[in-house]
Structure formats: C-alpha cells, structure tokens
Design a binder for this molecule. Sequence first.
Ligand SMILES: Cc1ncc(COP(=O)(O)O)c(C=O)c1O
Length: 378
Amino acid sequence: MSVMNGNHNSSKMEPFGHGGDILTASSFFGINSQDWLDYSANINPLGPPKQVMEALREGISAIVNYPDPAHRQLKQMIADKLSVHVNQLLIGNGAAECMALALLGLEIEKVGVVAPCFSEYAQLAQDFGAEVVTVVGREENGFNANPDDLHVLLEQVDLLFLGHPNNPTGLTYSLEQLREIANRAELTSTYLVLDEAFIDFIPQEQRVTLLPELKSYPHVILIHSMTKFYAIPGLRLGYAVAAPELIQKMGRKQVTWSVNGMALLAGQACLQPEVAAYETETRELISRERSYLITEITKRLGWQVWSGEANFLLIRLSAPWTASKLQQALGPKAVMVRSCAMYEGLTERDIRIAVRDREDNERILQAFEEVDRDKGER
Ligand SMILES: Cc1ncc(COP(=O)(O)O)c(C=O)c1O
C-alpha cells in the first residue's frame, strides 16, 4: 500500500495521462489528425447511433437556448430504463464530472484506488487536495485486489474507486465479490464508487452490477459513461446512480448548465427503443473482434494478452519491445496505441489497444507484424 502525493505521471504521447490525444500524436509525427488509426481510446467503432446524428442535426437550432439545468427529460428516460427514481440520478458532463462531484459533494479527504486503474481517480483526488492510498492488484490475481488488502484499504479511506470493468485490465469482480466489498464499505462507512464506464459493452446476461440491489448499499455510487458505448466522447455525457442524499450532495457542487443542450439531446436519442439494434450489434462486434485480436496477437506476435470483458485489451510485449519503442515504430504508420508504462502495477512493456472492427483490426495486426519484423533493423 502506498500513499501518493507526487505529480501527474505522463509520457510524451500521453502528456495528460490519457489515450486519444490525437493533437499530441499529430504534432509529434507530423501526421494529419484525421489520418490516425486510433487504438489508444476505447470508443465504439460503429460511431454514434444514426438516431443521435439525426437528433443533433434536427436540434442544432436549440443552441440559442440554455439547456435544462435539471436535465429533466434525460433523467426521466434513464430512470425508466434503469428502474430507479429520478432522485437517484445525477447527469454529468461525462463520467469524469460525476467522479469529481462525488469527491467534492461528499467532502472526501482520503481516496483509495486499486492499481492499475484509470489515472483520473487519483488525479482528481489530488487536484481536490485529497490524499490517495493505493493498493496494487497482483498480476497472478488478474490484477484484482487481494480481499484482505481491500478490507484494510476500506478502513483507511473515505471513498474507494473501483473500475468495473477496470481500465486498463478489463477485469470485473464476481457478484459475490462485489457484494462482499460493498458490505465491507457499509461497515466502515466508506463510499464505494463503482465506475461502470465500460459496462454497456458486456451483454446484459453476463453483466455483474449492484444496480438492482442498490437500495441495500447506501454508500455505493455507480458511475456510468455514455461517451464510449455511444461514441460521443467529444459531447461529454455520463451519470451517477446512488441514494438520493448522496445525489443531492453531489448535485450541489455542479456548475449550472455544465451538461450542454446537444449532449442532452444526444443522450435522449441514445435511449430511444430503436437504438437497441445498434446496442446488440456493438456487443456482438466487440465480443467477436476481441476473441479475434487475442487469437491473432498471440499467434502472429507471441505477445501476452489479458482478455478482460471490455472493448480493450491489455498486452505485454515481448522483449526487446517497450511500449514507447512500439509507439515510435507505429507513429510513422499513423497507428496509435496506449502506453501503460505509467500505470502503477504495470511495466514499460505494457500497452492497451481498443477493440475495433475487422478492417481496422487487420490494419493494426499488419502494422504490428511489419514493425515486429523490422525490429532488428531499428
Ligand atoms: C474507466 C474510465 N472511467 C471513466 C472515463 C471517463 O468517461 P467520460 O468520457 O464519460 O468522462 C474513462 C475515460 O477514459 C475511463 O477510462
């Protein structure tokens, strides 16, 4: 267990600690921003549902009006979909804002994280002056935390962030494990934020979530993103589900109108029943292509792959590759992957790639093979 108080960890290609930074990559390699094959951000390769594009086209004239500061329409639609009450919901400018509002609204002073995990958990906590306590997940345990370490951590902190599925490992806990962690959190009065930003990519029948039993866990906050699954990261939209008292406290810290009108419109369009076909197609594509990438990477390159359940894969490159060397080799080919070297608990040989459609996947596999073949000549 370690206490963090240092600076933001960053690399040349990820100066802000995240993938998808096309501007940095473009200036680094002198490549046009629209020419990149971006495997460093995990966005639905189908793009936004056509209902979203239509709603935006038709609704663009509404930018002359202020958005609804109470997000009433979208909130009601999400409440109906999830079978929760509207007062259990907070709409945010991305899942990231919901995380920030949890830290601010609940006046958190000590935050727990299980590394490797989404860097923003610790970053936000530090930015808001909270102390960060890190437990490192064991590799042989699929990077999930040892239950005893988690119990100690829950006693030490006011709020624990858990990615579910976790980024960059894609791993989830079983329902029994989740219940056990949530019960512990109730015992220690620790807020437990389950970040479900990628959960929509998992088919409903395989999805592990505390949503149906949330009323039993007044300290649990579920955070959901709509930017990845519906491919609208530039619009920003997410929400939190929790007990009404927590939602109220979080909402009080939100800047009025922080969720813009176009994001609200897009969110409403995503919840139309006709979008169900797109959702099914996405899950089938991700499941099929994830298996394909795992098989082909193992067979063609011999790299170690952690499958996980999300729309990305954690990969350990074989020597002499490092993540940074691979990025340098792929850059001139306009291919971006995410280095995982800066994640606590991972190594300089680790990368994360998105799962995309077959055409793109063939392109990245070919790029991997080409640079791997040339590696002796670099
Ligand atoms: C695990 C995780 N949670 C949340 C987010 C942020 O989601 P949003 O775009 O909805 O703010 C990210 C973005 O990369 C993420 O990886």
